[in-house]
Design a protein around this ligand. Structure first.
Ligand SMILES: [Zn+2]
Ligand SMILES: [Zn+2]
Length: 175
């Protein structure tokens, strides 16, 4: 995505190009290597800069930070990039600037969905697909699931919780 500086008019021009992640030197493997990264927008030349107002479209290919399943989804980002050039430069490298922005935007906490339930830390079950098995196979010494152990045990040293409830006069304002 090298831009020939002389070809960018002061008044701006439309621009569209695409490249594979590898061609953009993105080797961190969070962008789908088989699908192109598409860059489109406008280029404008202002003094010693090419200003690129571009939308970058790509496909993520990574694993969910909670449940470890593959995440493949489209992503877009809008960038206002200032590509400085010197008096002897013929080209500016838009691809490199896009690459830098994408690497900065890389989020290792990406989820398969906002409501991903993740894996149970006890039994490892993928809670999006299956039920926690901690109750089914209780292990000795395991703290287990709070749901299964709703005991009414009360220490004789502490007063029963019901005693305080009797004096609990919450005034309710209605209407
Ligand atoms: Zn997930
Ligand atoms: Zn579990």
């Amino acid at each position: 995505m090298k831009i020939k500086i002389r070809e960018v008019p002061l008044s701006g021009m439309a621009y569209t190009d695409q490249a594979l992640a590898a061609d953009l030197d993105i080797v961190d493997d969070f962008i789908d290597s088989r699908r192109p990264v598409v860059v489109s927008g406008t280029l404008t030349r202002i003094e010693d800069y090419i200003i690129a107002n571009v939308t970058v479209s790509y496909y993520l290919a990574m694993v969910c930070a909670r449940c470890l399943t593959d995440v493949h989804k489209a992503g877009t980002a809008v960038y206002d990039l200032e590509l400085e050039f010197g008096p002897k430069d013929e080209y500016v490298d838009l691809g490199r600037a896009v690459r830098d922005e994408l690497l900065i935007s890389y989020d290792p906490h990406t989820l398969c969905g906002d409501d991903c339930k993740g894996l149970c830390t006890g039994c490892g079950a993928d809670l999006n697909k299956e039920k926690c098995q901690c109750d089914v196979k209780p292990m000795k010494g395991s703290k287990g699931n709070a749901k299964s152990k709703k005991t009414t045990f009360q220490s004789p040293l502490t007063p029963a919780p019901d005693a305080s409830k009797a004096h609990d006069h919450h005034s309710q304002h209605q209407g």
